[in-house]
Design a protein around this ligand. Structure first.
Ligand SMILES: [Zn+2]
Length: 402
């Protein structure tokens, strides 16, 4: 097989590199790990539903740049959209923004990460956003604006460096990008950082209502990766009254293991009256103080108001892309109940840093977050990985390099 031949060739190159590298003095760069091959491999989306593994010369590492050997990268819903329809018009593009890897070479000006932590060769890192000339997105006021309009690796136009996405074996992190040293997190946790940051942000948004407290009754609607991580974040905050709503029993069972106290399958109930009655029963005759809407289904948005008590709160975060219009009754659903509603989308840089602490605490209290990653594929099988994502048979799909 061609893949195997290429692997052998790469191993030989690496060994030759190691031998010659140990005899030579380090280059002008601040540091270089042994064994960097002459070429890198990038999964390029060259047409709809088709990635090709392309080989490019290893780029020069400038004084502010960092060369990272990629260990793995999660497949995001955004990648699936781009794979299927190219809504961003980026083809040919090196996708993959939920990636992590090890620093193998750094420019001489690189000393610290975006949180002020030291950076060394061998450190494990993730990237967040790339700064543009936007004064509302700043590293110094981390709360200022979410990263929705910023550039990120994995959604950049192709250029003459090509190493722009994490679906690859090497990525060149250029000066001006945010980068975090996450050497104290295991690989699975690091692959989950980006989706978890979405939930850290949503919970921060929810907290601004003043309604979400540690003893709140909370309903989480939708138990895909987003809803499941939402439950885990709430659980690490000490919230114990959590009812998960979904139609898939396997997902509901997993919701319990991630911290839900009760589950309600909407398939067991006919009509919204019966369903909200089931939610009420799960809280011993009370409606929810707060609800998180984690599906992209307009009917689910319309329904969720019925689960919330008068004076309660709602965070809508399911519509990360346009899923169409939802119909609500403003009198019954919002005004007369005095619901406080917040929307949430992506995250801020501050949330990214908070996410690292969440992942450590989730592990510390024994939440099986790593089991969210149901499928791992090597880079060569990236087309399969995307198809599995589109088939929605698993939860989180990841590319993991050998
Ligand atoms: Zn993502």
């Amino acid at each position: 097989m061609a893949v195997n031949e290429r692997d052998v060739e790469q191993i030989v190159k690496q060994i030759l590199n190691q031998i010659s590298g140990s005899e030579k003095l380090p280059s002008s760069a601040a540091g270089t790990a042994a064994g960097i091959p002459d070429t890198a491999h990038v999964a390029m989306l060259t047409e709809l539903e088709k990635f090709e593994i392309k080989e490019f010369p290893m780029p020069k590492v400038g004084d502010d740049d960092i060369l990272v050997k990629v260990e793995g990268c999660g497949v995001c819903g955004t990648d699936a959209h781009e794979f299927k329809r190219d809504p961003f018009g980026l083809i040919p593009v090196a996708l993959g923004h939920e990636g992590t890897g090890e620093i193998v070479k750094m420019g001489k000006n690189v000393k610290k990460d975006s949180a002020g932590k030291d950076l060394h060769l061998g450190d494990k890192v993730v990237t967040c956003m790339i700064f543009k000339d936007n004064p509302d997105i700043t590293m110094y006021d981390l709360n200022k604006q979410n990263v929705g309009d910023a550039d990120v690796y994995g959604l950049l136009p192709d250029d003459d460096i090509h190493l722009n996405g994490w679906f690859s074996d090497y990525i060149l992190v250029r000066g001006g990008s945010t980068i975090f040293n996450v050497s104290d997190l295991d690989l699975d946790s690091r692959i989950l950082i980006e989706p978890c940051a979405v939930l850290i942000h949503a919970v921060e948004r929810a907290k601004t209502t003043g309604i979400l407290r540690f003893n709140s009754r909370v309903v989480v609607q939708g138990c895909g990766p987003i809803g499941l991580i939402c439950i885990a974040v709430l659980r690490t905050m000490g919230i114990e009254n959590i009812t998960a709503v979904d139609g898939n029993q396997t997902r509901l069972d997993f919701a319990k293991r991630l911290g839900a106290s009760h589950t309600v399958s909407f398939k067991d109930f006919q009509g919204i009256e019966a369903l909200s009655g089931a939610v009420e029963d799960s809280f011993d005759g009370h409606l929810a103080d707060f609800a998180f809407q984690c599906t992209g289904n307009p009917a689910a948005h319309a329904n969720i108001y019925k689960f919330i008590r008068t004076g309660g709160g709602l965070c809508e975060l399911g519509f990360f892309v346009n899923g169409g219009d939802a119909t609500i009754n403003p009198h019954f659903d919002l005004c007369s109940k005095e619901i406080t509603l917040v929307g949430s989308w992506v995250y801020t840089l501050r949330d990214y840093a908070t996410t690292f602490d969440f992942l450590k605490r989730a592990k510390g209290i024994g939440l099986p977050l790593a089991e969210l990653i149901t499928h791992k594929y090597p880079l060569e099988e990236i087309n399969e990985a995307l198809k599995t994502n589109l088939a929605m048979t698993g939860l989180k799909i990841a590319i993991v390099n050998k």
